[in-house]
Design a protein around this ligand. Sequence first.
Ligand code: GUN
Length: 294
Amino acid sequence: MEYQLIDGKATAYAIKQKIAEEVKEILSKGGKQPHLAAVLVGHDGGSETYVKNKVIACEQCGFKSTLIRFEENVTEEELLACVDQLNNDNDVDGFIVQLPLPKHIDEQKIIMAIDYRKDVDGFHPINVGRMVIGLPCFISATPLGILTLLNYYNISTSGKKCVILGRSNIVGKPMAQLMMQKHLGDATVTVCHSHSKTLKEECRAADIIIAAIGVPNFVTKDMVKKGAIVIDVGTTRVPDSTAKKGFKLTGDVKFDEVAPLCSYITPVPGGVGPMTICSLMKNTLSAGKKEYYK
Ligand code: GUN
């Protein structure tokens, strides 16, 4: 049986168009234009690209966006002052501080300083906690994007065995929570990580594999059962002299050999990546409408 490619780029485009229509309607009724601010520290290539794409997505959705840049040597105090300013800026509906931050800055301290009502990344413990117990909140963009994608393709996950590779705060942990929740994934969830002894066996038994470990081509054909649904969150820049940019964005799944076994699979690039940004736009729209918090 032919596998079906899950087109994240096209799905994200369609959703952003719907958001743009809603923004037009809000504006026509005299409402406020949603405004996302992004804080970028240093010049990491990946982070630069992500933030640039977030700014472009804001334009596509009809949002206002503000980019605030700091050099690598910014102090924690300076960053905290910036967060405080954004918390108190009534025009800013939501904002993100792009991660990772330089080693001399305590990432968790910065996240904790963000007003949870503007935390459109869903990283603040209040949003994480509310997500876990199923209360309205901002949900981390990558897991939300994956749920949206599964939903968009009418892929039923209820009762299925879902294996998540990776336990990061941004992807693995929230993904596991959402996949097991009754009115969301409703699946039987197993989380595997770098110290899991039975990782291959767990994968082989999985109906759904969500790979978020950041190891290029980690998931091979011997780890995937026939008919599985495979979601690839990996986006490692692997040096490639034949590529225009000098690298090739490489997923956690060895696509060429795994795809023929799958019922559905996401490509890299063009799968989960565009959906992550699209989810940030959804969260920003919700923030603008004060949908979760007054
Ligand atoms: N770094 C990698 N992914 C993300 C994300 O979703 N949000 C932020 N702020 N930083 C990231």
